[in-house]
Design a protein around this ligand. Structure first.
Ligand code: FES
Ligand SMILES: [Fe+2]
Length: 396
């Protein structure tokens, strides 16, 4: 553990309210230093660097914050038919997402109630019989209840030992799950965002290329990176910056757990790999839109498709990045659809590589005893929105 953030002190106005937070969080991080991130924008500071580097803090944030948040599991069309299922492991918790024979999308723990073997893997259709645990054959119905447990003691009652069910919410065609069944639906906090995104018809869009990439870096440093354009002229001088110069960015005030900014193309023209979505308003036609839904779901929207990034953090500095590109269903009918999709992926890779290097390298500085909590550029209003939200979760 190292000394954290000794150079930043709370202002007099916050001193009273922060006295009660004057405690050390795991990793030796003062709550008062974290509280600086939720000050008003002009006075606020970035989260303490130790929040990005301390393994004890990472374990704390997973257990007390991240496991209570909505997790992006996938798209509705991955479970189009009754019995369709796919599996997902997040924060080392195996989960099964399926559509039952009443048409409901359900999510549940994928951990067998016998000796914890993962009940399912991959994706497929389980039919009406549900899932057989591959280890000793216990069978679970589609509502998670235990249907059979072969060779158990006489009197063993299978019905009491089902797979714990998770909360499910659907937003814009995305399936979100939450281990906390009492959580408020994420969709209810995204109504203003819905109004901005409505012209894209996002709910009908389809996944075109799911890629999972090992990524070295802290998950928050990665979201920070994708949540501002400030770094673009320096990290992407010849790749993304010329298409959407950072200086033109327009950062929105928001009313929920997300941020949003517009990046207009300098001449209003964006090179599109797919056909422009019909009926878009002028600003949607001439700008990229960047949206991040907290804690870790990123979207880069252009007038023809949506690039999404989600993360599966494994440790304080290692994660799996899950990339996808959502396109309108008509795009799949194009004779050269695959060539276009692959060309878009190839065009994005140099920018992603530059971002990956930035997210990896910043960790070297954040681990220094001399790292401090800087303040924000106007181009980091969105980072402040993220840090302020995270600080509120840490200090609950
Ligand atoms: S661990 Fe699943 S049946 Fe034994
Ligand atoms: Fe970037």
């Amino acid at each position: 553990m190292r000394k954290a953030m000794a150079t930043i002190t709370a202002s007099p106005t916050e001193a009273g309210s922060e006295r009660q937070n004057d405690r050390l969080l795991p990793g030796g991080i003062p709550a008062s230093a974290i509280a600086l991130s939720r000050q008003p924008f002009e006075q606020a500071r970035v989260l303490p660097p130790s929040c990005y580097t301390e393994p004890d803090f990472f374990r704390f944030e997973v257990e007390t914050v991240l496991k209570k948040q909505w997790i992006l599991a996938g798209r509705v069309d991955q479970v189009a038919n009754a019995g369709d299922y796919f599996t997902l492991t997040r924060y080392a918790e195996p989960a099964i997402i399926l559509r039952d024979f009443e048409g409901h999308i359900r999510a549940m723990s994928g951990v067998c109630r016998h000796r914890a073997y993962p009940v399912a893997s991959g994706a497929g259709n389980c039919g009406k019989k549900g899932f057989h645990c591959p280890y000793h054959g216990w069978r679970y119905r589609l509502d998670g209840s235990l249907a059979a447990a072969p060779y158990m003691q006489p009197g063993h009652k299978p019905d009491g030992e089902g797979l714990p069910e998770f909360a499910v919410d659907i937003w814009q065609g995305f399936i979100f799950i939450n281990f906390d069944r009492e959580a408020e639906p994420v969709s209810s906090s995204l109504k203003t965002l819905d109004a901005v995104l409505e012209p894209f018809g996002m709910a009908e869009m389809k996944s075109s290329v799911m890629r999972e990439i090992p990524w070295t870096g802290n998950w928050k440093a990665t979201l920070d990176n994708f949540t501002e354009a400030y770094h673009q002229p320096f990290v992407h001088p010849t790749t993304f910056e010329p298409m959407a110069p950072a200086r033109l960015g327009v950062y929105e005030d928001v009313d929920g757990p997300y941020n949003l900014f517009w990046l207009p193309a300098p001449d209003g023209n964006i090179d599109l790999m797919f056909d422009e979505i019909p009926g878009l308003p002028e600003m949607h036609r001439t700008s990229f839109i960047v949206v991040n839904i907290f804690p870790m779901f990123h979207m880069l929207i252009d007038p023809s498709c949506i690039v999404i990034l989600d993360m599966d953090p494994h440790s304080v500095n290692r994660l799996t990045a899950r990339w996808d590109i959502l396109v309108r269903p008509e795009a799949f009918e194009l004779p050269d659809f695959e060539a276009r999709r692959d060309a878009l992926t190839r065009a994005l890779i140099p920018t992603w590589d530059e971002d990956e290097e930035a997210c990896r390298t910043i960790g070297q500085g954040q681990g220094s005893q001399f790292a401090t909590q800087g303040n924000f550029s106007w181009m980091e209003k969105s980072v402040h929105q993220f840090h302020s939200w995270m600080a509120t979760q840490y200090l609950k």
